[in-house]
Write a protein that binds this ligand. Sequence first.
Ligand code: FES
Length: 145
Amino acid sequence: MNQSYSTKVMEHFASPHNVGEIENADGIGKVGNPVCGDIMNMYIKVENNVIVDVKFKTFGCGAAIATSSMATDLIKGKTLDEALALTNDAVAEALGGLPKVKMHCSVLAEQAVRSAIDDYLRKTTGKGLQLKSDKDLHEHALAED
Ligand code: FES
């Protein structure tokens, strides 16, 4: 397993894509990892079931920033279903891999996407997604450490 950061991770950390907030976002995802205390907020704009814009604000480690950046790139222009199919492994892979102890940061990115879509669905249909609980995230983070 890779123990150092790939060039892609460093690029996305140094110059993250899609940073910021969307005013009047259609969905807002807010997730945090109870172990490291890092927080990720994601904002989506949805038109005809497609994520036409996405931005994020991450208060966290370099890997959390890089995975947020990559996740936003990967879901922009995608349908909600396509975005929901995004896994943390796919985000990490697109970044050229992450050190094992940093894989939990990519879980935060997957959760932030799901949380933003969940918020959008709750607002538009009254029914949200089944989200992984904080407990799952906590256990995942511990398993990776
Ligand atoms: Fe917390 Fe990376 S160390 S998300």
